[in-house]
Design a protein around this ligand. Sequence first.
Ligand code: P6P
Length: 339
Amino acid sequence: MSTPPRISLTRFLIEQQRDHNRINSDLRLLIEVVARACKRISIAVGKGALGGVLGSAGTENVQGETQKKLDVLSNEILLEANEWGGHLAALASEEMDDPHSIPHRYPKGEYLLVFDPLDGSSNIDVNISVGTIFSVLRCPDGVRDPDERAFLQPGSRQVAAGYAVYGSSTVLVLTLGDGVHVFTLDREQGSFILTASHVRIPEDTGEFAINMSNLRHWEAPMRRYIEELLAGKTGPRGRDFNMRWVASMVADVHRILTRGGIFIYPRDLKDASKPGKLRLMYEANPMAMIVEQAGGAATTGRKRILDIEPTQLHQRVPVFLGSKNEVERVTAYHREADA
Ligand code: P6P
């Protein structure tokens, strides 16, 4: 059997630009630069205790969460990598209160990049997979000095989205709006190599991902859905289900992209002021674009995530995403309960 040609990320992007006219040179540079930054973050994460970057940075981010040293380092790597290229009008990050302007010494471009530089960082010190999540939007026409308002666009306007998982291998998952493609880092060559194209999420699944410790705080339709899964063969679903929870969204989503499943971080009444834990702009939106591009679904339990009109850069939303038929079922339960 002939081995498929080794297509690097660079070749893939050049072909997307030249043969398919799907992207322009600025967006191609943006993806290349973000991928290169993810390689640097992968190296830093891979050093573990030997890199002197584990543990807390002793600072808090805008979420009021203690920042890990690697959170801060990953953020700096992404800022430094993206400032000089002339492809961005501004950047925003989970780790920064406000958007980051492109220094005046560099040209500005037409894109906005928003990212979670190191998602799942509570897992760093215990050597469990973490990752980077990013989303690309166009800067609104005529906006020369974008502030938070320029970023507040629905996820349906994303031109690209992706994540890197720093696990047993380092994987970059990317969508440019024409399917989902997976690249695996060849550490010897230092290149991301295409290892899967047009990935599809099975519409049905026997696996769910949720943090069960919050059960007593959930809304009624959420408890109904999970209790039916736990009832297994003897219950209304007539089959058994399995559960996984890595507590790194990138790892849970990558498993779902690879073999199906449903990922849920619901609204819980533990803190009524927070409509969910996960952030819309740099967690829910990019993951929702990827999941929908792979034939899955992504809702807040009540509405399509990509249709949400953002009101704040760091706003939170409930997240239900993955195998289409399961997401549609649990969303129907919420709508029935609301009716
Ligand atoms: P919990 C990581 O902190 C994160 O933002 C996501 O990556 C992950 O899915 C979730 O929070 C885990 O939350 O409440 O289970 O620790």
